[in-house]
Design a binder for this molecule. Structure first.
Ligand SMILES: NC(=O)C1=CN([C@@H]2O[C@H](COP(=O)(O)OP(=O)(O)OC[C@H]3O[C@@H](n4cnc5c(N)ncnc54)[C@H](OP(=O)(O)O)[C@@H]3O)[C@@H](O)[C@H]2O)C=CC1
Ligand SMILES: Nc1nc(=O)c2c([nH]1)NC[C@@H]1CN(c3ccc(C(=O)N[C@@H](CCC(=O)O)C(=O)O)cc3)C=[N+]21
Length: 298
């Protein structure tokens, strides 16, 4: 059996086009242009590439981007002061502080300073708590972009997820935990695995839905995958190629897993583009809420 490849790049392009329509509607109807501020502290080259492509896609969606690049040695107080200015700026509807932050900065403190209404990463305690408490109704607050993108692709690929055994490997605040919450809400039976999990291969082998989000390149082997499972690969590891360029590798051994799985996301071209499209989606919805409007149907 050969798995079908879940084309996150194509799905993300469609989602961005729908968001762009929503942006145009908001401009025409209310004269409001959604604004997204991206804050990057330090000069990590991978993050710079990510922020650059984000900046281009923000403009393509018809939004205004506000890029703030601060040196790696920026004092925490300066970063907090910037967040406070962005919170108060009515042209800014979404704020994303790129993680990880340099070691001298307390990330939790910075995230807690972001106005929950502008927290388009869904990372604040308020929005993370809303997700934990959410019932089956619409999610009318920002949900973490990567898990939201994973969920959209899963529903597109599988339809209903109800009753499925789901295993999420990785328990970060950014990916694993909100992913598990979203899958519980879809009536999956969820196991949240991590580095202390016993018999991870055996656990993964029971999963109808397997989400890998560890950052350990090709950790998930072909024989960890249940035949017929749907595999979502969130991990991104950059490795140097002999020609000096870099290539991206996921958390899953793609070749081996795709011989067993029903469907699988590739790296690149899977979850990465969905994350950015969901960030734009969250920014549009935040701008609509700020204007007292209901969510756009996307
Ligand atoms: N495609 C996209 O859009 C995005 C991709 N990413 C990528 O996803 C990956 C994960 O990101 P993030 O969640 O932020 O990472 P973190 O480093 O914050 O978390 C990694 C998690 O994986 C677990 N883990 C690490 N090694 C193992 C192991 N050997 N077995 C089982 N579990 C393990 C850790 O367990 P423990 O808690 O016990 O330490 C931890 O919970 C990275 O590669 C990142 O680059 C991230 C965000 C968006
Ligand atoms: N506060 C915060 N929120 C995040 O959402 C966040 C973050 N910090 N820190 C870093 C991770 C990583 N991340 C990616 C998003 C898109 C791609 C992406 O577009 N990837 C493309 C390839 C891009 C390339 O070639 O470099 C793909 O997988 O096809 C990758 C990685 C968001 N993150």
């Amino acid at each position: 059996m050969t798995a079908s490849i879940i084309d996150g790049k194509a799905y993300a392009a469609g989602l961005r086009a729908r968001v762009a329509q929503g942006v145009a509607g908001l401009k025409a109807g209310k004269g409001i242009t959604p604004g997204l501020a991206v804050v990057l502290v330090g000069d990590d080259p991978a993050s710079q590439v990510y922020v650059r492509s984000k900046t281009r896609l923000v403009a393509e969606a018809g939004m205004t981007g506000f890029d703030h690049r601060l040196p790696a040695n920026t004092p925490q107080a300066d970063l907090l002061a910037l967040v406070a200015r962005l919170n108060a700026d009515p042209a800014v509807h979404g704020i994303l502080v790129q993680l990880p932050l340099p070691a001298h900065i307390d990330s939790a403190h910075v995230i807690a300073a972001i106005d929950p209404a502008k927290d388009v990463d869904g990372l604040s305690a308020t929005n993370a708590g809303r997700l934990v408490q959410a019932g089956s109704g619409p999610l009318d607050f920002p949900v973490a972009c990567t898990p939201l993108g994973c969920l959209m692709l899963l529903k597109d690929s599988l339809g209903s997820l109800a009753g499925a055994d789901a295993v999420v490997v990785g328990r970060s605040v950014l990916v694993g935990k909100p992913m598990a919450q979203l899958l519980v809400r879809e009536d999956c039976t969820v196991t949240l695995a991590h580095s202390r999990t016993r018999d991870l291969p055996g656990l993964c082998r029971r999963a109808d839905i397997l989400v890998a989000a560890t950052g350990r390149a090709q950790m998930v082997k072909g024989d960890w995958v249940k035949p017929g499972a749907t595999v979502i690969d969130v991990g991104i590891t950059r490795v140097d190629r002999p020609d000096g360029k870099q290539r991206l590798i996921g958390d899953v051994d793609f070749e081996a897993a795709s011989a067993v799985a029903r469907a699988i996301t590739p790296v690149p071209g899977g979850i990465g583009p969905m994350t950015i499209a969901c960030l734009l989606h969250n920014t549009l919805q935040a701008a609509r809420r700020a204007a007292g409007l209901g969510p756009a149907a996307i």
